[in-house]
Design a protein around this ligand. Sequence first.
Ligand SMILES: *Cc1c(COP(=O)(O)O)cnc(C)c1O
Length: 362
Amino acid sequence: MVRPLLLTPGPLTVSDRVRAALNRDWGARDTDFIAMTGRVRHELLAIAQTTAEDAVAIPLQGPGTQAVEAMMASFAPRDTPTIVAINGAYGHRMVDMLRRLGRPCIAVEGPETRALDPDQIMQALDEHPQAATLAVVQCETTTGCLNPMDAIADLARLRGLTLLVDAMSAFGALPTRMQARGIVAVAASSNKCLQGVPGLGLVIARHEALQKAVNPLPLSLDLAGQAGGFAAAGEWRFTPPTHVVAALAEAMDELRDEGGPEARLSRYTKNAACLINGMAELGFEPVLSSADQAPIIVTFALPEARPFDFKAFYDALKTRGFVIYPGKLTAQDSFRIGCIGNITPDDIARFLDTFRSVMEAG
Ligand SMILES: *Cc1c(COP(=O)(O)O)cnc(C)c1O
């Protein structure tokens, strides 16, 4: 069996080193496991670029979506609206969460194929001066679009807003700058740029906000409750995904060995450049402008002039060991190729050779 290389936004290809960390059992109350949890939580603060004085890292069993939902449930007020700036599916998902929670919410939607426009958000704030919270996605994985976090953070500071960030596909590579940007809470995952295995959502939240969190909340979304468990005895409230935690601990050591998020971002940037150049030679252009393109995942438009059967192509690539991703754009047929995970420009070069030979065969 060929071991597939996942060129997707998660789950993604992990290293043998991370996979090997899954290969032992841990008891939830084992002191070594408790120490490991503490270490992971501490290092998450450093990756978020904040400190233990300011914030706390709260891992939550489940998918990344659940971490975003717990963040929204805890910090989107019941009495004043939350503005959600949207340029893709994950922005829409935050609105869906707020509606289900019965929280007042204002959706500010821009085009999917462009970065969020701070002026448009400012205009919405002028129209809704009672809004006290702003929620954004750092890298909109729908397209791979990088949103202008510094400008958005400046705007939130200027207006005294609580800033909530879905950093799922950015965390571990693109800088979070939680303290410098005055971000109140960030949601991330064990998978994606941290290169652990999926199964753990992560929220990093300021102490101050956590003390004032909305309550009561559904038990499993209660971030303050989960944080309280860790604060009391370092233990998880419910059965921890022990193997996933062990893999994340190993993945964080691996991140440090690579040189930290900056070095990881530099590898992803090389992957993306190699991918975009190679695909251009084959006649495929990215949907985003290079200024808006994050080196996380690249969306390519299906060429209109040439018939292209994505399903057949996908299957042919999969047989040859590469898994790509269908598009998620609403207005245009497209497909996506990820640049993240334990992959290098050499892997991308091999992928491009395979892509070319499948094209020539088809
Ligand atoms: C992947 C992703 C999520 C959801 O994570 P799941 O683990 O699939 O629930 C949320 N937001 C963004 C921006 C993502 O890329």
